[in-house]
Write a protein that binds this ligand. Structure first.
Ligand SMILES: [Zn+2]
Length: 125
């Protein structure tokens, strides 16, 4: 249980959620205008090496998918964080239960681990 004021973080999370939702929508397969625009731009730029052209397009597509995946993951974390605000456990580390710290939460409002446990998690421990 924490005594911190979560209203500020709720606002941060809701703003970030909105921003990421829009990014996902922009990158979604139901919105293929993206990809065609990118290819159109390449053609218009006078790229005459066919192979190079294809490689660039493939790279762009992978990049977009990677971003979409990462964004979806962050969105899930944001939803979890909002749920924690609701049940009063926001700001506590999921592993050790210690406060995550306001400074860290300002940088990553959806963080669910304290910095020490995050470092361990990043190393796969
Ligand atoms: Zn911890």
């Amino acid at each position: 249980m924490t005594t911190m004021d979560t209203s500020e973080f709720r606002t941060l999370l809701e703003e970030e959620r909105q921003r990421i939702s829009e990014a996902i929508e922009y990158l979604s397969p139901e919105n293929p205008g993206n990809m065609q625009d990118a290819v159109g731009e390449l053609a218009g730029a006078g790229v005459d090496n066919h192979l190079g052209d294809m490689a660039t397009v493939t790279f762009d597509r992978e990049l977009d998918e990677g971003l979409g995946e990462g964004a979806q993951q962050t969105l899930d974390q944001i939803d979890r964080a909002l749920g924690k605000i609701e049940d009063g456990t926001y700001g506590a580390c999921e592993r050790c239960g210690k406060p995550i710290g306001e400074e860290r939460l300002r940088a990553r409002p959806w963080a669910t681990l304290c910095i020490d446990d995050q470092r361990l998690a990043d190393r796969g421990e």
